[in-house]
Ligand binder design. Structure first.
Ligand code: FRU
Length: 519
């Protein structure tokens, strides 16, 4: 009989923070069997227990990738927000750390970002021990209830021990919301070498605002972006702003804006704009928004600070506000996408591709699966649910369809239609969907763009409750949660073309690796 091992950990936050009234003790009961729960991802990050949404404060420092995240440690539904924390040495295995930042009298701790203040411009540390500085949104629920409109402001906190413990700045809030803007949040901060300033981008309802600072504490407003541009079906959220090299070697700036609702396939999604930044304002000649991922489950994603310029690494929240709180899990809720590398590519105009970072793929053992039925290329594999399937097809592409199925009759379909020049993911009959009437429909469609002229790769990553579909090395991407009644064990590929280099790799569980730590 399996003996449940209970690891109970109580986190008592003892730090002296002058804006704090009291620091609550958070207790989490984590059972080892919660990592074998039916839909628990095996190689994607999910919280040890309870509710998670957006990734926050992604920063690389001293050989460690930090992942902070929107966290409610008391329930599997959204509630007063904290910053949860996990670290990784390789972007594959994650170690759960103590809850990093707690709500206080100024409000809940909403989304934001973190930097390493290497020159100690803030004075919070020293040049020998530079502080990690996080900026987040304070969301004051009481003020909101009272009908005030300035209930969101920006605060900062710093850590002198690699993100383990945090002290809030006594001068918070550092950006006050003078114009009483109802949705005023999600600060992204980074060091801008050319102007020798810190830059802050945040969103204010229907536009982004840019600020700068020399010390991370005092901020000057510089400019606005986007009131009359892009998708406005919902509130603008979680901006990110960073340079990328074009294929010809020029530098362009990319602004990510998540939006909810208003994504092309319904609910939450991330649009972006490509343009130029002079240290003060962002200009684009784009007439329309572009979308990072056409699947319905990649939201609020941001990129790492403090990594080399050619390693722009992204993580998104693999859910959608349409049904995020209803998904059929019990002890924990939601997961992150695989960490993905962003690049610019040209297909008549510039686009951003996103594709799993090399570290995720590098050590996988690929093999050639053996066909069962010749006519429709059918294969059986008992570990399909934890795998990467990839193959190549010639361009111009003709229609193709991949079908994943199981013994309960669930079928997940992914493919391409030439008449529409679209890739798609159809999860309408892929498994459980009765937890929300907004989950199964519609079939997710993505206009096809290409990086490569001749042969393209199609690559599908499947975990216990997600699929990530990448066409042509991330030129077109669809990310979706799926809840099959039992794991998928069969796949088939329908196409009139020759399928080349068909490979499958089983992906080991990172939660069973020696690196796993739940406390
Ligand atoms: C995006 C978001 C952010 C906000 C956070 C609150 O999913 O709504 O705008 O800061 O979630 O948890």
């Amino acid at each position: 009989m399996k003996k449940p091992i209970f690891i109970l950990f109580t986190l008592i936050f003892l730090q002296s923070c002058k804006t704090e009234t009291k620091e609550p003790a958070v207790s989490q009961e984590i059972t080892t069997d919660s990592y074998t729960e039916e839909y628990r991802p095996q190689y994607h990050f999910s919280p040890p227990a309870h509710w998670m949404n957006d990734p926050n404060g992604l920063v690389f420092y001293e050989d460690t990738y930090h992942l902070f995240y929107q966290y409610y440690p008391e329930d599997t539904k959204w509630g007063p927000m904290h910053w949860g924390h996990a670290t990784s040495k390789d972007l594959k295995s994650w170690k759960n750390e103590k809850v990093a930042i707690y709500p206080d009298s100024l409000g809940y701790i909403f989304s934001g970002s973190a930097v390493v203040d290497l020159k100690n411009t803030s004075g919070f540390g020293s040049s020998d021990n530079p502080p990690m500085v996080a900026m987040f949104t304070y969301h004051n629920a009481e003020k909101e209830k009272a009908g005030d409109t300035n209930y969101q402001t920006q605060g900062i906190a710093y850590s002198l021990d690699n993100g383990e413990s945090w002290t809030k700045y006594t001068g918070n809030p550092v950006v006050k919301n003078d114009k009483d803007q109802k949705d005023f949040r999600d600060p992204k901060i980074f060091w801008h070498e050319e102007s020798q300033k810190w830059i802050l981008v945040l969103v204010a309802g229907d536009h982004a605002e840019i600020y700068n600072s020399t010390d991370l504490k005092s901020w000057q407003y510089l400019s606005d972006f986007g009131k009359n541009l892009g998708a406005h079906g919902g509130v603008w959220e979680c901006p990110d702003f960073f340079p990328l090299k074009t294929p010809s070697g020029d530098t362009k700036w990319v602004l990510f804006i998540s939006i909810n609702p208003g994504a092309p396939n319904g609910g939450s999604g991330t649009q972006y704009f490509i343009g130029d930044f002079d240290g003060k304002s962002f200009k684009t000649d784009q007439k329309q928004e572009k979308w990072l991922d056409y699947g319905r489950d990649n939201y609020a994603g941001i990129t790492y600070n403090n990594l080399p310029e050619d390693e722009r690494t992204f993580i998104g929240w693999m859910s959608n506000w349409f049904y995020a709180e209803q998904t059929p899990t019990t002890k924990w809720r939601s997961a992150m996408t695989l960490p993905r590398k962003l690049e610019l590519y040209k297909d008549s105009t510039l686009y951003v591709s996103n594709y799993p970072v090399a570290a995720v793929i590098k050590d996988l053992n690929y093999f050639s699966p053996q066909k069962e039925k010749e006519q429709n290329q059918q294969y059986t594999d008992s570990l399909l649910q934890k795998s990467n399937l990839k193959f190549e097809l010639p361009r111009p592409l003709s229609d193709f369809e991949i079908i994943y199925s199981n013994t309960q009759g669930d079928s997940l379909k992914m493919g391409y239609t030439k008449s529409e020049n679209q890739f798609y993911v159809d999860r309408t009959k892929a498994g459980q969907s009765d937890f929300s009437n907004r989950f199964a429909e519609p079939v997710m469609k993505a206009p096809a763009h290409f990086k490569t002229d001749n042969t393209i790769e199609v690559s599908v990553f499947t975990d216990q409750s997600s699929i990530e579909f990448f066409a042509d090395k991330g030129a077109t991407v669809l990310t979706a949660q799926v809840f099959p009644h039992v794991p998928y064990t069969t796949f088939s590929i329908k196409t009139q073309d020759e399928v080349k280099n068909l490979k499958l790799a089983h992906i080991p569980s990172t939660w069973n690796s020696p690196n796993q730590k739940n406390n």
